[in-house]
Unconditional design. Structure first.
Length: 380
């Protein structure tokens, strides 16, 4: 008897920035271990490595802050319409939108208004717990399920009346290092962000800090780990810095760097989670644009660093600035360079965070993201 050939899962994915691209590629790999996948959507280099031919460049969606959004508004509106048309035309079994919160919500709303009734999942929960608790119920008509990368988010989403939410961990867990003791001396890691606006606002500050601490006995040099697409730009940017800076773009080189690093100065984002899982002490910074600053004050200046948010306490110092201030960054960095015990305390806190990320919370244990996605596949 000839068995029927299982048809592939028709999957549409959308990633709006490098962190989402990496998460999406990890999920596609997991799904292909279970079933053939017919992949379409929008993504970057990581998804391209999984065979995706992106509908348009992912960089079109990589914006942060009202100023950046307004500059690209006509293009963003067209990309929403273009993406919605592609989904309606191809009728995938499941749509998974990775982060890109505003774009994802607008796209899902456009699809639902046009009568699209197939499963739409949001991977990476919006930070409704920090910015807009009233937004959670508004997500219910848009998304069948939310897949969260922070362990406390399922409970928060449930309390706020949001969509069903499962904690699925984070790909960075696969790159955890055995936590070591704080080192006496080593390279200082600089992570100025990946979006254009972040780089514009942070690189000049990081330059000033690096120049001031270059002769500190704990600092043996400066390294910027970045994405291949940004490597040449960053090499040009740091070419005239008063101190030498090495730019690396190979992910395989990061583990060796993090094992030797004395500390990191990092823009708030996924990179801080990766640093914590590697046991790198850090100072977290973020320079806001005007709109972000007003919203941040309105919501009572919550913590922004992912390690701190997961731990629910300030394990690593945060400097959230409405105006560039290299002096404040420099002061925080010097305090940490001068105090090995403080660096060690961070590493120990990051060990606690790592366990939370690995297993989830008691009422929301970690689940496999591929299994959660396949649960929505009608297969017939």
């Amino acid at each position: 008897m000839t068995l029927p050939i299982a048809r592939p899962l028709k999957l549409f994915v959308l990633a709006g920035e490098p962190s989402g691209d990496r998460i999406a590629a990890d999920v596609v790999r997991r799904l292909r271990e279970r079933t053939p996948v017919d992949l379409s959507g929008v993504g970057g280099e990581e998804l391209s490595g999984q065979g995706l031919q992106s509908l348009f460049p992912m960089s079109d969606l990589a914006v942060m802050g009202v100023t950046d959004v307004l500059k690209r508004l006509p293009l963003l509106l067209w990309r929403i319409e273009q993406t919605a048309r592609a989904i309606r035309a191809s009728q995938p079994d499941i749509v998974v939108l990775f982060d890109a919160q505003d774009f994802s919500a607008l796209l899902a709303r456009r699809l639902r208004r046009k009568g699209y009734d197939r499963p739409i999942l949001l991977y990476v929960a919006p930070s409704v717990w920090a910015r807009s608790p009233g937004r959670a119920p508004k997500l219910v008509p848009l998304f069948n399920e939310v897949l969260a990368v922070l362990p406390f988010e399922p409970g928060v989403m449930s309390r706020l009346g949001g969509p069903p939410t499962a904690y699925v961990g984070h790909p960075a867990l696969g790159e955890r290092l055995t936590l070591r003791d704080a080192v006496d001396t080593g390279p200082m890691v600089l992570l100025p962000g990946s979006r254009d606006g972040e780089l514009r606002r942070h690189l000049p500050l990081f330059r000033q800090v690096a120049a001031e601490v270059a002769n500190h006995p704990a600092v043996s040099g400066f390294v910027i780990p970045t994405l291949p697409a940004l490597a040449e730009r960053l090499r040009r940017e740091v070419a005239d810095w008063p101190v030498p800076v090495t730019v690396i773009s190979e992910r395989s080189a990061r583990a060796a760097l993090y094992e030797r690093a004395v500390l990191a100065l990092a823009v708030s984002g996924t990179a801080t989670l990766e640093l914590a899982l590697a046991g790198v002490p850090m100072v977290i910074s973020y320079v806001m644009d005007g709109h972000q600053a007003r919203v941040y004050e309105k919501i009572n200046r919550p913590m922004i660093g992912l390690p701190n948010i997961v731990l629910k306490r300030l394990a690593a110092p945060e400097l959230v600035l409405s105006q560039p201030d290299a002096g404040l960054l420099l002061s925080a960095v010097r305090v940490l360079l001068d105090d090995k015990a403080a660096r060690q305390a961070q590493i120990e806190a990051f060990g606690e965070m790592s366990n939370l990320m690995e297993y989830g919370e008691a009422d929301a244990p970690r689940q496999d993201p591929a299994e959660r996605i396949l649960a929505w596949w009608p297969r017939s």
